[in-house]
Design a protein around this ligand. Sequence first.
Ligand code: SAM
Length: 254
Amino acid sequence: MGAAFWDARARRYATRTARTAEADPLLARVQSATGSETVVLDVGCGPGRFALALAPEVAQVVAVDPSPAMLTLLRRQARREGVDNVTTVTGRWQDVEIEPVDVTLCSYVLPLIEDAFGFLAKLDASCRHEAFVYLSAMSTDAVVDPFWRHFHDAPRKPGPTYLDALAVLAELGIDADVEVVELPVRTRFDGLGEAVRDYRDHLLLGDSPEVRKELRALLSSWLVPADGSLRPPLRSTPAAILHWRAHRRSLLRR
Ligand SMILES: C[S@@+](CC[C@H](N)C(=O)[O-])C[C@H]1O[C@@H](n2cnc3c(N)ncnc32)[C@H](O)[C@@H]1O
């Protein structure tokens, strides 16, 4: 998934995640590791829900993302909020050069990365104090698996979860703490048409009248009404906060 993939989805992602950081358990965990002098790095920041929520209480946030559209939305929102201590860096984490910072976070990015070992090694090396990696605690592919089987006549290959991330961290000699939290499912569709477009994208289906008709029929019995819109029939999903102290590791290495 390159930058173009995320550019095309940036606006929708920003709308879905706007103002979700304040009630998200990750924010409180990161805030407990930061103060007014702290420099924070947000790897794969997207439109900046965590970067912008953290910025007012820290010295600086360095926000890295390969998607120019995501970073444009972040900078626009920063201007609206009068936030002037977020620096954006356009590029994949694997390719950018960033000075080590105090606290690093990386939210909902790792399962997209092929070389998780190299990615996490660089994340650890870039961090002087505490690192946080946030990701779904179950493979979200499991949720769309029945739809995938219906259209592709094959099981959906499950994506990695936090257990895989922990195994890679262990290979790196990092014994991360894990906290599994429940996050409300905020996905809402204005109507079946919007839901069909969204699931077609997830399921990598071409656009044809047959596909639209079939998805419409399946989704009309899967989605449930919610305050004038439609939502998937899941109230919450589990997510994992992985955390480790980089300075302790460097002391142990001495
Ligand atoms: C699901 S969004 C998560 C955004 C944000 N961290 C959040 O939690 O709201 C995934 C983001 O990862 C970015 N991304 C994808 N590959 C990346 C890479 N190799 N290095 C850094 N960011 C990457 C995408 O551009 C996208 O903005």
